[in-house]
Design a binder for this molecule. Structure first.
Ligand code: HEM
Length: 146
């Protein structure tokens, strides 16, 4: 059971982190150079269909895996324990990711212009770094936590 959950968690991680790396490293610099928000918009439209479900799957499988590692949920707040601290850091990354995604989706993207493209770029880079932090924290569980 644990292996199946971890496998699904890893598959969704490749979609989330991989998609954002393509966006941040390949598409964003070109869109900024051409001052063309449409390049980002058309990628978002296609990626949203699998990116958002992937993030939801990350949250469900992530919480489930955390519960299997530390069944006492109250103990997740005991940061003297390295596993509890790692779970909490993942939850903090999750809150930051949701905050940025909601702000981008409802405040930045609806009024996207060539001038505000850099603001969206900042969001994309931040979400990409958070994705890399998620993966690093995930891996650290196998080494006893952060
Ligand atoms: C975009 C979001 C996320 C990404 C990219 C991600 C990525 C990863 C990766 C790469 C691993 C390593 C698996 C391994 O060592 O074989 C992992 C493990 C893990 N993740 Fe996540 N994760 C995400 C979200 C979450 C969330 C929200 C939680 C819940 C707090 C979570 C909890 C866990 C746990 C508990 C493990 C360790 C399972 C184990 O080794 O037994 N993850 N994650």
């Amino acid at each position: 059971m644990h292996m199946i959950l971890l496998y699904i968690h890893l598959l969704a991680a490749t979609i989330w982190v991989g998609g954002h790396l393509i966006l941040a490293i390949s598409l964003l610099p070109e869109a900024l150079a051409k001052r063309d928000p449409k390049m980002i918009e058309s990628f978002e439209r296609i990626y949203e269909r699998i990116g958002m479900p992937a993030l939801i799957i990350q949250v469900i499988t992530g919480l489930w895996l955390s519960y299997r590692l530390l069944p006492d949920i109250m103990a997740w707040a005991d940061w003297s324990d390295a596993i509890a601290l790692t779970i909490s850091l993942k939850l903090i990354c999750l809150a930051a990711t949701f905050g940025l995604a909601l702000h981008a989706r409802f405040r930045v993207i609806p009024r996207l212009t060539p001038a505000s493209l850099a603001v969206l770029g900042g969001h994309i880079i931040a979400v990409t770094f958070l994705g890399l932090a998620f993966a690093w924290l995930g891996l650290s569980f196998s080494y006893g936590g952060v």
